[in-house]
Design a protein around this ligand. Structure first.
Ligand SMILES: NC(=O)c1ccc[n+]([C@@H]2O[C@H](COP(=O)([O-])OP(=O)(O)OC[C@H]3O[C@@H](n4cnc5c(N)ncnc54)[C@H](OP(=O)(O)O)[C@@H]3O)[C@@H](O)[C@H]2O)c1
Length: 274
């Protein structure tokens, strides 16, 4: 029985993965905000296999808060001996800059700070298995220089595109840190091959909301279909970093200073989280 931890496991692709692994007989920890959605997905899995109830765990957390991310890490360290797969799929799209109650830029906090805390904090549990996997749903393929080291929280010049590119690149650099630390780890940055008909949770303008809803309904794939390549990658992992769009492997973005940038990023994050 594998142990799978899924952030954003209450909806969209994260929920589809949670249902899949509960039905497959694995132990699944879902991290999200909505207990109601978690109960519904466990009920769906239990209708196929009643033992799913005993193998499902919910940790309620707002992962845009550093305190909550730290609490999740501590709770998992206290109650689990191992993690076979960590899926990072929490998503809340903000078109404009917002700050959290802790003073961090909200998109950076959710799409990077929480992932940094989970990946580094849960390293001991991932090290306890032979072939651990992290699937980070940060779409690969952004520019190597997308991180603004002088202003990581984009106090100046925030745009949705810049913020999105920066978190995607930072999550690639996080893979360097994680695989340097654990050579057995498979660290995958993964994005769907095309649009997925999910909840598109977020606070966006009317234009973006309508476009996502219309395109999602017309062209979007079902989350259950979109996650098939993720399941294959989790079930048959290869150590090291890799990038995927759907089932297709992409070349990793390589910059001149990747190792240095990864180290610099870690130092800046540790400083900002002090
Ligand atoms: N859908 C697409 O076409 C697409 C395209 C490219 C990339 N992706 C990426 O794929 C991943 C999954 O996307 P999706 O569209 O399937 O997701 P989604 O349906 O929008 O669901 C988002 C999930 O994130 C959770 N979440 C949101 N804010 C949170 C917070 N502050 N703290 C903790 N959990 C939070 C939600 O939990 P609650 O509902 O419980 O709050 C929900 O489970 C994301 O990383 C997304 O960026 C998706």
């Amino acid at each position: 029985m594998k142990t799978i931890v899924i952030t954003g496991g209450t909806d969209g692709m994260g929920a589809a993965l949670a249902r899949h692994y509960l039905t497959a007989g694995d132990r699944v920890t879902v991290i999200g905000r909505s207990r109601r959605k978690f109960d519904a997905l466990v009920a769906a899995a239990a209708s196929e296999d009643p033992s799913a109830v005993a193998r499902a765990e919910f940790i309620a957390a707002d992962l845009s808060l550093v305190a909550d991310s730290r609490r999740v890490v501590n709770q998992l360290l206290a109650h689990h001996k191992r993690i076979d797969a960590l899926v990072l799929a929490a998503s809340f799209i903000r078109q404009h800059r917002q700050t959290t109650a802790e003073g961090h830029e909200a998109s950076w906090a959710l799409f990077f700070l929480s992932k940094y805390l989970l990946v580094t904090g849960l390293a001991p549990l991932l090290r306890a298995v032979e072939q651990p996997v992290i699937v980070n749903t940060a779409v690969p393929g952004t520019r190597a220089d997308a991180v603004d080291f002088e202003d990581l929280e984009m106090v100046q010049g925030f745009t949705f595109m810049r913020s999105n590119a920066q978190q995607r690149r930072a999550n690639e650099l996080l893979g360097i840190l994680a695989t340097d630390d654990n050579p057995n780890l498979a660290y995958l940055t993964w994005g769907p091959a095309w649009l997925v008909r999910s909840s598109f949770a977020g606070e966006v303008g009317k234009g973006m909301r309508i476009t996502a809803a219309v395109l999602g309904r017309l062209l979007g794939q079902r989350p259950e279909a979109a996650i098939r390549p993720i399941i294959r990658l989790i079930d048959d992992p290869s150590p090291g970093r890799a990038a995927y769009r759907g089932a297709t492997q992409h070349t990793l973005t390589v910059g001149d200073r990747d190792e240095k940038d990864a180290t610099r990023l870690a130092a800046a994050i540790e400083e900002s989280l002090r």
